[in-house]
Each structure stands twice: as C-alpha cells, then as structure tokens.
Design a protein around this ligand. Structure first.
Ligand code: XMP
Length: 528
C-alpha cells in the first residue's frame, strides 16, 4: 500500500539566492552537512515563489560584482521584510546594506584576500561560540561604510570595519568573510548558528529521511511500468540501481554495456557483485568488438569521444528494444548538474537573465532527448557526498563508493592516438599495477585519481643485454576537490619506484615510466 504523499516534494528549509558566487554550491553543501535541506535558486526568484516555498531562512551568496555596477545582480528588496531570517555573505551582505539605506565603499587599497583573524565586538546570535581572533577567509574589494538603521557591527578585522553585522530585531545578518570555506576556522559554527538558533531549522535532512520520502515517491511515479538503467559501475549509477531495486524490485532492468574500455577486472567485478551477490539483474552487453572496430584509424581525441558516444547510443537503443519495452529511463543526474547559476547567466550587455544553463552530463547520461522514455532521476537533489552516504546506507561496498572517477570513454582516451586491442591490454596491465601499488601504499583514498596513460611513441631501453624499443607509460596522480582544479600528488619515491619497476618488468610492451608533474590548470587531468 502506497502512503498518500504530499503533492510537492520537500521544500528547502534554507534557500540560497545565488548572485554568481563560485561558492553558492558550497554554501548549500555546508548547510546540508548540518542535516538541513537547502537549495540554490536564482537571485531572480520572486517574492511569491519564496512565499510558496516558505523557507525558514535565506542566505544571499557572494558574487563577483560590485553592488554599484550598472548591471550588478539584485533580488527583490521585499525579501528583507518577509520576517524570514536573512544572512548575507560578502556581496550578499553588501547588497542588503545598500538596499536598506547603508553605503558600501567601492574597492580601495583596503581590499582583503585570504586569512584574516576576526575580532568579536559584542555578543550576538550569529557569532555565538565563535572564538575571538579566529581565522576567517576573506575575499573582497568593497567594504561597508555606513550601516542601515537598526544594524550594529558585531565583528571587525584589521582591514575591515564591518566584518559581521546584525539587526537582531529583524533577524537580518551579514558577514564579509566566507563561513562556507573550509579555511574559515569557525565557519561551520556561524552556519549552524544561522540555521539552528536563528532560523529554527531542525536537523532532519538525513539519509534515513531521504529514503523514507524517496522510496514511496519512486513507487508512485513508476507504478507498474518498467524502468531501464544504464549501469556504468560508478558510484552514481550503482547507488541508483540499489535505490531503485529497493523501491521497485524486478520492474528495474539494469544494462551494462561493456565497450571494452574498462579497467582490468571491472566488468567481472560489477557482474559478480550486482548479479550474483545482490541479485540485482544486470543485462551484460558485450560490445567490445563493435567499439574497437569503430575506432580503427581514429586518432583525434574529440572524434574518439564522439564516436564512442554515438556508438553507445546505438547499442543502447538496440538493446533497450530487445529487452523492453521500457516506459522509464533512470538517470543518475546529481544536483550540481542541474543547479541553475543565475550570476553566470546574465547577459553582460543588458544584465538580463539568459536561458538557464543545465550542465551537460558527459557520462553515460549523454543520451539523446528524443528517446521515448520518461525519466526517473531520484538523485537530482543530492550532492556527490550525499550519494556516497546513501550508497553506503544501501549496502554498496567501498570498492564502488570510494572508486576514483573514471571517464565515460574509459581507457580509449588514455591511449593517445589510435586504439587497438594490444594497446588496451597493455594499458590495462599497467593501470592495474598503478592502482595496486597506490592501494598498497595506503594512498588510494587520499588521491582524486591515479592512472596510467599510454603514449603512441616508442623509446629505446635496455633489458638484460638486449636493446628494447617499446612504449612509455605516463603515471598521472592528482589531488583535487572536484576535478575542476587539481595538483599533482606528491607520491613517495618508494611508491614511484615500485610502480615503475613493476610496470617495466611485468608489462612486456613497456620499457619506460614517466611521472606527470603538471597541475590543472594549465594541464588537464586526462591527457586527451
Ligand atoms: P579533465 O581532463 O578535463 O578532467 O581535467 C576532469 C574530470 O573529468 C573526467 N573526464 C571525463 N569524464 N567523460 C567523462 O565521463 C569524458 O569524456 C571525460 N573527460 C574527462 C576526468 O576523469 C576528471 O575526473
């Protein structure tokens, strides 16, 4: 029996108005780390929409503009009179001050970037339990000059007179620093003060409540229809498979298309794990030959990606017709894929909002829009760390939950130039050794990605008394928060030595190993 569900999905307790900050997403994540549901919305949201959502608190994000610029993004100023607590961060605070009659001083020689100890000037709800002289992270050119009526200064730094401000009666607060940034020592305390004691939110956004709300919703959405899921072996599609299996059991069919570009042992592991251990039916499609044949003679990286993507769709269509019909397609779309970013979607000339940008999903999800499926996307409100927690709660092993990101086109874009079966086997063996040694050294979970790349050149070496002429392998190990920027990992020499020795000794087609010491930017993580 399906319980009657409220018409609407859960509304956020904290609404984050985005003014184009690179940190808006991070603010939402921090609020959720306090087990409070938050969503990022455009600064153009109307008062009526806010009232419909009825959040317990509103956070105004930072942003790259100055509030005095012609097309500086704004929000409806009535937001300050709704009786809902508001916290303005950086640009958000400056906008609040300007809109309520205070003044902001445009950038002068007092710009402040990086670590700054804050001085607490008086007791306040916002800075309760924040240590005096603790470090907060600053990044601003403009500063507040005069406060609007009803506000007091609650903190300052050496360079900033108004590091934090409060209008206790109207529950309006502002901070010049970024509490969401990890380097802000008591940043999380500030966020918790705002969401718990000021906005009176309950800590009710947990994996358990997500499951309680989502499973009946999936059942209701799908009814007696059949759902198809393209499993890739990554954490998103695997968690989705477990979740859907729990919700709709055998009305779910998982399909795993083996393009032949997975790492050594992965297709076998996946089938063993899902099919045999958890009895989640997975249709294994061996399409290896098809894909390698299509790549014959192709050397350009983008062309490779296109061909692989196109072939994937073809196989997918053929196989779904064979196994179907299916009415629904399940996709592991996550929240960062759908966040609409207002600040970055303003027409630079008119300041008007331009079409909402949905980031394209370049993983398995890259299916054409005209496929005749309705979508089931139960993870679309979750961040990656929340998906990992959910996966763990549903029983996924660490091998999947902590697996390094792996590109959809797989090893094909780690073989530079033409792809062949011989090269694939060679790279698979080298890559296996990299992973094995990184795990043996206890480094696997501290590294974002560690892998091998095969170069399409041969170099001279000597083994025994014989001259060799064989391929070099590039070792690429990077640390990163989100893959957008990355630094090369400082792997201990002993581990590098073991990796190099083993690859040269155990992979006959390779006689040299080099280590990539390029950060991103200017390099990318992958070589193609
Ligand atoms: P780059 O090489 O752009 O990679 O620094 C950033 C992150 O994205 C992954 N990546 C891909 N993932 N299809 C994918 O699904 C692709 O074509 C692709 N290219 C790069 C990469 O592994 C890294 O985590």
């Amino acid at each position: 029996m399906i319980k009657k569900l409220p018409k609407k999905e859960r509304d956020p307790s904290i609404l984050i108005l985005d003014f184009g900050s690179q940190y808006s997403e991070l603010i939402a994540r921090r609020v959720r780390e306090a087990d409070v549901f938050s969503l990022v919305v455009s600064n153009f949201i109307s008062i009526k929409e806010i009232q419909d959502i009825n959040p317990k608190g509103i956070i105004l994000s930072g942003g790259p503009n100055s509030v005095y610029e012609d097309n500086a993004p704004k929000c409806d100023a009535k937001v300050f009179n709704l009786g809902i607590p508001v916290l303005g961060i950086c640009y958000g605070m400056q906008l609040m001050v300007k809109e309520l009659g205070g003044t902001v001083t445009p950038a002068s020689n007092k710009a402040e970037y990086g670590r700054a100890p804050i001085n607490i000037d008086c007791e306040s709800d916002l800075l309760s339990n924040v240590k005096d002289r603790s470090i907060m992270w600053m990044s601003h050119g403009d500063s507040i000059n005069n406060l609007p009526k009803g506000f007091i200064k609650i903190s300052h730094t050496e360079n900033t007179m108004h590091a934090a401000i409060s209008n206790k009666q109207k529950k309006l607060f502002g901070v010049q620093f970024h509490p969401e940034v990890i380097h802000s020592e008591f940043g999380m305390t500030v966020i918790k003060n705002f969401v718990y004691s000021i906005s009176q939110c309950k800590a009710d956004w947990t994996t358990e409540t997500f499951l309680e709300e989502t499973i009946p919703r999936i059942k209701q959405q799908v009814g007696n229809n059949k759902v198809l899921l393209a499993l890739s072996g990554g954490v998103d599609s695997s968690t989705l498979a477990f979740l859907l299996n729990k919700a709709i059991g055998n009305r779910l069919t998982c399909m795993f298309i083996d393009q032949g570009f997975m790492r050594k042992g992965e297709p076998e592991f996946l089938m063993e794990f899902f099919d045999k251990k958890f009895h989640i039916k997975v249709e294994y499609i061996n399409a290896r030959e098809r894909f390698t044949q299509k790549l014959n003679g192709i050397t350009d990286p983008e062309e490779k990606r296109k061909i692989i993507g196109g072939e994937f769709i073809k196989v997918f269509e053929e196989e779904s017709n064979r196994l179907g019909p299916f009415q629904y397609l399940a996709q592991g779309t996550l929240y960062p894929d759908v966040i609409e970013s207002a600040g970055t979607n303003l027409d630079p000339k008119t300041g008007e909002r331009i079409a909402v940008k949905i980031k394209s999903h370049h993983n398995v999800g890259g299916l054409p829009k005209d496929l005749q499926f309705k979508l089931v996307e139960p993870l679309r409100k979750l961040f990656k760390d929340e998906v990992r927690k959910l996966g763990k709660a549903l029983g996924l092993p660490d091998e999947i939950i902590k697996r390094h990101p792996f590109p959809g086109p797989g090893l094909a874009i780690r073989i530079l130039g033409e792809v062949s079966n011989e090269k694939l086997n060679c790279l698979r063996d080298a890559d296996w050794i990299v992973r094995d040694e990184i795990k043996n050294a206890g480094l696997y979970n501290d590294i974002w990605q560690a892998f091998a790349v095969l170069l399409p050149v041969k170099t001279v070496g000597v083994m025994g008394d014989k001259r060799t002429y064989a391929w070099p392998i590039v070792l690429r190990c990077v640390s990163s928060e989100d893959g957008m920027t990355a630094d090369w990992s400082r792997i201990p020499y002993e581990t590098l030595e073991r990796i190099s020795n083993r690859i040269v000794n155990e992979v006959p087609q390779v006689n040299r190993v080099v280590f990539d010491i390029t950060s991103k930017p200017p390099g990318t993580i992958e070589w193609e």
